[in-house]
Design a protein around this ligand. Structure first.
Ligand SMILES: Nc1nc2c(ncn2[C@@H]2O[C@H](COP(=O)(O)OP(=O)(O)O)[C@@H](O)[C@H]2O)c(=O)[nH]1
Ligand SMILES: [Mg+2]
Length: 365
């Protein structure tokens, strides 16, 4: 999974990137060079189940699921009409979801591009850039399709044309495409077009330390939630600066610090769990003396496809999935005991793998 961090200049993107990846990049000066540099980092998905299973199985290796994170610079007002837009929108296109950082912190020493901190207005300004970009894309593509149809070579393009007309109507109302209800077929028809406003979004209100749980923050969150009332967006707040500092501490120190600040869990956990929620992702687990590992799949994935996630041979030679829920395993204590209790079961290829399932695939190639 790849998450792209976007937001207006000085919203706190690089700071959040640092908080998520544990890196210590210098929070860049404004104005940023547009589209020249996109920091990439890997976030190991925190998972207490993996920690516990590691303690039990003492494997040679522990592998957490990981998420790629990109700090995408250069989405600012006017970008959709500028020459640099290709570099920026290419980056956005490669992401599964966007983390949109909206500035709420006040700091006279950090320039705001408009001179004033106004989260609702910043968020809608950025969404509008995505919409403008997509509007141009939809219009251009529709014109091409119309030309093809006139020449009598556009028959296969009718579904795409219909979907694009729906897209255009929404974009003309200045609304993002993620609000559209599309069938899988419709989605596929426009699948190769680089629409940006179609990407699911985590909207992160970046507040100052004093505002982590202030009334001002709550009402700003409410306003943003109303603005993002459609599909495929989740809104929450955090303090990127504090979180970046916390990400540099060892776990014990971090825990004390977080408790003092009244923050239930570090930003990384929060952002990742919201991203899983947003994208409908779950993890299944594999255990053994060699390796304890988490694997990310879409909710609803069948055992056969989950097997393929590990190796195509396991998918090809699939026999059965020996499966037990994480909690059931913990309460049984050992696999042998779980078998006795009947909580360790054999599932077939159509079994829908659940979050936290510990799976051992039996296969034969
Ligand atoms: N006071 C304060 N400054 C912050 C906060 N978050 C980020 N900054 C500062 O704002 C400036 C811009 O942040 P940066 O992450 O580079 O923003 P970007 O342009 O979106 O990548 C940097 O000097 C940061 O240290 C915050 O919560 N409070
Ligand atoms: Mg930056």
């Amino acid at each position: 999974m790849k998450l792209g961090i976007i937001g207006l200049p000085n919203a706190g993107k690089t700071t959040l990137f640092n908080a998520l990846t544990g890196q210590t990049l210098e929070a860049a000066p404004y104005p940023n060079p547009i589209g020249t540099e996109h920091h990439v980092g890997v976030v190991h998905v925190p998972d207490e189940r993996i920690d516990r299973l590691t303690a039990i199985f003492k494997p040679k290796k522990t592998i957490y699921a990981d998420v790629q994170c990109v700090d995408i610079t250069g989405v600012s007002k006017g970008i959709s009409g500028s020459k640099q837009k290709t570099a920026v929108f290419n980056q956005i296109w490669e992401c599964d979801a966007l983390i949109h950082v909206v500035r709420a912190f006040e700091d006279a020493s950090v320039v705001h591009p408009d001179g004033e901190v106004d989260p609702a207005s910043d968020a809608s300004a950025l969404e509008l850039e995505l919409v403008f970009h997509d509007l141009e894309l939809a219009e251009t593509r529709l014109e091409r399709i119309a030309t093809s149809i006139k020449k009598g070579i556009g028959e296969s393009l009718e579904t795409e044309q219909n979907v694009l007309k729906k897209c255009l109507a929404l974009l003309e109302e200045e609304k993002p495409l993620r609000n559209l209800d599309l069938t899988d077929e419709e989605r596929a028809a426009i699948g190769s077009l680089m629409f940006a406003s179609l990407k699911p979004e985590l909207v992160v209100l970046n507040v100052s330390e004093d505002d982590i749980s202030s009334q001002k923050t709550f009402s700003r969150i409410d306003a943003l939630k109303k603005f993002y009332a459609g599909k495929d967006a989740l809104v929450f707040s955090l303090s990127a600066e504090i979180e970046a500092e916390i990400s540099q501490l060892d776990p014990d120190e971090a825990a004390i610090f977080l408790e003092d600040l009244g923050i239930p869990e570090p930003a990384m956990n929060r952002v990742i769990s919201e991203a899983y929620e947003l994208l409908g992702l779950v993890s299944f687990l594999t255990v053994g003396p060699d390796e304890v590992r988490a694997w990310t799949i879409r909710r609803g994935t069948h055992a056969l496809k989950a097997a393929g996630k590990i190796h195509s041979d396991i998918e090809r030679g699939f026999i059965r999935a020996e499966t037990i829920g994480y909690e059931d395993f913990i309460s049984a204590g050992t696999m042998a005991k779980a078998k006795e209790l009947g909580t360790l079961r054999l599932e077939g290829k159509d079994y829908e793998v659940m979050d936290g399932d510990i799976v051992n695939f039996r296969f034969n190639v």
